[in-house]
Ligand binder design. Sequence first.
Ligand code: C2E
Ligand code: CA
Ligand code: CA
Ligand code: CA
Length: 278
Amino acid sequence: GLANLIARFRPGEVSDKQREAQYSFTPNDIRRAIINRELVLHHQPKVTTHSGVMRGVEALVRWQHPELGLVPPSNFIPMAEEAGIIDELTDWVLETALKQLRDWHARGLTISVAVNLSAKSLSTPDLADRIAAVTSRIGIEPKYLLLEITETAVMSDLALSLGTLARLRLKGFGLGIDDFGTGFSSMQQLSRIPFTELKIDRSLVHGASEKPHLHVMLQSTIEMGKKLHLTTVAEGVENPSDWQLIRLLGCDVAQGFYVSKPVPGDALAGWLKQGTQH
Ligand code: C2E
Ligand code: CA
Ligand code: CA
Ligand code: CA
């Protein structure tokens, strides 16, 4: 119950980035959450900087906890990874995101959906086959599903993840490198992995219009993405200055609170009326 949860409340280890409380859930809490259908997906639009058209969304998991309310992923994903149940969670996210996508497609919104993969999953030998199986079962073409993997996850064991990533790409899925700019990968390393999208971390994007050193790093990152023929995506676009700068620097796609916060699937109905151009 709630008292028990409060007793397990750990005020420490709260990063600046997430001021939310940290709860120590057990693996069984998370398993039950999946079984009891307490997980929900919110979707954040990714729009072209050129015309503001939504090309896709990123699916982000939350836990609709009966007592605690909406628990952010940072409070339970690391535990799911440690406890070895991240694959169950990923399967739920994939299935739910793809069904939502099928519904949008049926209503004429021909967008793509991005799902986050944990570093741990990349070493699972059958990951690419599992993703291909669920995608075909739900009836979605692989080009509409993009898998996002963080820069640090990929680079921590490149040899191990390269096989899975190559198989996913060969099957026609999109591959995004997430939180780019927080690690130290070189252009040469990047060019060895069949990515289709470069997602530039918020720490390089937000505030770059006022800070010259960020401006330079953002500019060279966008240039590198273009040289590698990747779709460049700026994360954490929070205000008009961020938006104007990434447009000026030729970044292809924007994602951030300035465009929209992550919202439940139904809330994207407004975008439906607007339609998409292809
Ligand atoms: P991420 O993949 O980098 O996702 C973007 C995060 O930035 C989201 O936080 C989003 O709400 C937040 N964000 C978006 N625009 C802005 C902005 O303009 N300003 C600021 N300050 N933040 C913005 P969220 O939803 O709390 O997710 C946090 C992280 O949890 C994600 O970071 C991702 O690494 C992980 N995550 C979320 N869903 C899943 C999932 O289904 N599976 C796995 N393995 N990880 C997930
Ligand atoms: Ca992501
Ligand atoms: Ca990110
Ligand atoms: Ca992140």
